[in-house]
Design a protein around this ligand. Structure first.
Ligand code: PXP
Length: 252
């Protein structure tokens, strides 16, 4: 088998969910997450990610409709693998659909999707999305069984969950942090060797983005919470520009 080529450009996908979180805290229309998406696009985002949760706690249905209408860069629609969400994705036909696990009580997406434990259902779920030409991505923990199951169910992309690694980094637990990073490194290589496009995301910040960007198999990072927080102090353009600089420096 010919060796798969390494991606030349590491894309930055900007997740705008947390702009919607602030909007929804007051129940009105401001701040507008679509405005944030368009500004991120102008500032060089390679794509926009938005998670339509079943409880609509941040992104709403009309946000997805407007993002589809107004964005020029690709939309990555994050969603749970439910029938309602499948119908929404088939109606809007975003560039990419990222399937994530979802429990109402969690504050954010906590674990990865159990692809290996739900393979038959996910294969049926993914087939119509692929027929609608969506690139289907699965948000998974860096485990070989999940990577291999992602291939088996017909996904083209895996997004490796960096949340546990970032959390260990923040707590200064160096040995556990290094072990988790090693899992990410090995699974990025494994997924790429199996022909999957490899993304990563969750909890990334200026402190962690360099190490993850240096993994040559990665094609995309999806970053939200840190960038939206940093934008409060510096503006979104400056916050993104520094992230881009750090990604490029690590890749060089
Ligand atoms: N990727 C996925 C699949 C996610 O669920 C999230 C969080 O919504 C992110 C990336 C972005 O994570 P963060 O907001 O912590 O940067």
């Amino acid at each position: 088998m010919a060796e798969a080529r390494m991606p030349s450009h590491l894309r930055l996908g900007v997740n705008i969910d947390h702009v919607a979180t602030i909007r929804n805290a007051r129940g009105g229309d401001l701040p507008d997450p679509v405005r944030a998406a368009l500004q991120a696009e102008r500032a060089g985002a390679d794509g926009i990610t938005a998670h339509l949760r079943e409880d609509r706690r941040h992104i709403r249905d009309e946000d997805i409709a407007r993002l589809m209408e107004e964005l020029k860069v690709p939309l990555n629609l994050e969603m749970a693998a439910t029938e309602e969400m499948q119908q929404i994705a088939l109606r809007h036909r975003p560039h990419a659909v990222c399937l994530v696990p979802e429990r109402r009580e969690e504050r954010t997406t906590e674990g990865g999707l159990d692809v290996a434990g739900d393979a038959a259902r996910l294969a049926d779920f993914i087939a119509p999305l692929r027929e609608a030409r969506a690139r289907v991505s699965l948000f998974i923990a860096p485990e070989a069984a999940q990577v291999e199951a992602a291939v088996a169910v017909g996904a083209q992309v895996v997004e490796l969950h960096t949340g546990a690694w970032c959390e260990l980094h923040a707590q200064g637990l160096h040995a556990a942090c290094n072990a988790e990073f090693e899992r990410l490194r090995r699974m990025a290589a494994h997924a790429h060797a199996l022909g999957l496009e490899v993304h990563a995301g969750h909890g990334l910040s200026y402190e962690t983005v360099g190490a993850i960007s240096a993994l040559p198999e990665l094609a995309e990072l999806n970053i939200g919470h840190f960038l939206v927080g940093e934008a409060i102090f510096r503006g979104l353009d400056a916050a993104m520009a520094e992230m881009r600089t750090r990604m490029d420096a690590a890749r060089a």
